[in-house]
Design a protein around this ligand. Structure first.
Ligand SMILES: Cc1ncc(COP(=O)(O)O)c(C=O)c1O
Length: 391
């Protein structure tokens, strides 16, 4: 294909997005992420769509730690980890992560996307079967796409335990059965049925993988995530998660698992064998975020309080929000263009909420996705509810 055709193809797609009102805006933020940000030409806007659940992205100690990381280790190692890129701060962070999430060991990645792309192709064998919830995050879907063609892959209906059990029963000839689920589903804001999933995995000798990117820092009394919420710490085989949301918000991800699984990833996983490690600045900031979370329960309770106030406020205004303990509140709109239109209107009212449409969610299920932060003060909550009343 000539480059002229390629250009035409891009232009056509962009034009069709424009015509159908589906072009995503990219707002330029001038300063750190917080409950309120300054946007070029728009002034101050309340943020209701960041994953900054604990409000630690601009916490002075988190910023200071990042600066210290840069001073202690420089910009980076200019190498992958197994050559000369493993730093003491990586090992330290990995110990802290393992302790926080309750797994024997952990390994950091530059993103949870990378972590999910490491786990499945590296740890599965040719006679295994992967059973993945239909609403799992795109990084799980892509991670599963990378496994050997010999591994069977099936998708079970969202949180449908009967469907999952039927598939488990039918795969007892497999060497290893894998059940893969998000802890908190990122577009629905619902929590997986962890206790039942653990029981099923025990019954059918399956491995359970939990991506707790939206659960860590949010669920459980002390923010240790979905396993804490269900009093199931230590009962999940493999946990993946991000450092780019509640835990400092910069970037980075992790896998928590047994020592042997982690050592196998270290030896064989392509995202870490062929790509540089987490920069020290990020390792330090994430480590500080974990330290703050562990020493100060009040941040998590403030987040839980804000979640309750906003859920109640939306319900009082007549919005249909499914009940859930998470900090993700989807407001269903249906039509994509309308969702984008409504998010633009909210933006004019000083509130940043993004409208999500295809391909992030199925066609016809466009929504506004509200995400709550511990950093929101009462005055912000009042302004948010006022804007939604006008909407
Ligand atoms: C459930 C889930 N897993 C993984 C990721 C990817 O995280 P990261 O930004 O660290 O790659 C996300 C981010 O949106 C997510 O929601």
């Amino acid at each position: 294909m000539s480059s002229k055709h390629f250009e035409e193809r891009c232009q056509e797609l962009l034009q069709s997005l424009e015509t159908s009102g589906q072009t995503k805006p990219f707002y330029e933020i001038q300063g750190p992420m917080g409950p309120v940000v300054k946007i070029d030409g728009k002034g101050e806007i309340i943020v209701l769509c960041s994953n900054n659940y604990l409000g630690l992205a601009d916490h002075p100690e988190v910023i200071e730690a990042g600066i210290q990381g840069l001073k202690d280790y420089g910009a980076g190692t200019a190498s992958v980890r197994f050559i000369c890129g493993t730093l003491s701060c990586h090992r330290q962070l990995e110990e802290e992560i393992a302790e926080l999430i309750g797994t024997p060991s952990s390994l950091s990645y530059v993103s949870c996307w990378n972590a999910n792309e490491a786990v499945f192709p590296t740890l599965t064998g040719p006679d295994d079967i992967l059973l993945s919830d239909e609403l799992n995050h795109a990084s799980i879907i892509d991670g599963c796409r990378l496994v050997s063609k010999k591994v069977e892959k099936q998708v079970y209906k969202h949180s449908d335990l009967e469907d999952l059990e039927r598939r488990l029963k039918g795969s007892m000839d497999k060497a290893c059965r894998w059940v893969i689920t998000d802890g908190v589903f990122s577009m629905e804001g619902d929590v997986c049925r962890l206790p039942e999933l653990i029981d099923l995995c025990e019954k059918y000798e399956a491995l359970l993988v939990l991506d707790d990117s939206h659960g860590i820092g949010v669920l459980g009394q002390s923010g240790r995530g979905t396993p804490e919420f269900f009093d199931a710490i230590g009962k999940v085989d493999i946990i993946t998660g991000t450092l780019g949301k509640a835990l400092g918000g910069a970037a980075g991800g992790y896998v928590g698992a047994s020592q042997s699984a982690i050592r196998t990833l270290e030896q064989r996983a392509r995202p870490s064998l062929f790509s540089n490690a987490l920069p020290a600045t990020v390792a330090y900031s994430a480590g500080k975020a974990i330290e703050i979370l562990r020493r100060d329960d009040s941040i998590v309770s403030r987040l839980h309080g804000n979640v309750s106030k906003l859920r109640q406020g939306f319900a009082d205004l007549g919005y249909d929000c499914p009940s859930s303990p998470t900090a993700i509140i989807p407001i269903m709109i249906g039509d994509e263009a309308e969702a984008i239109q409504k998010s633009k209107r909210l933006f004019e009212l000083g509130i940043m909420v993004i409208g999500f449409g295809f391909p992030v969610v199925p066609r016809g299920e466009a929504r506004l996705r509200v995400q709550v932060s511990a950093a929101l003060q009462q005055e912000h909550i009042d302004r948010i509810l006022d804007a939604f009343a006008k909407l």
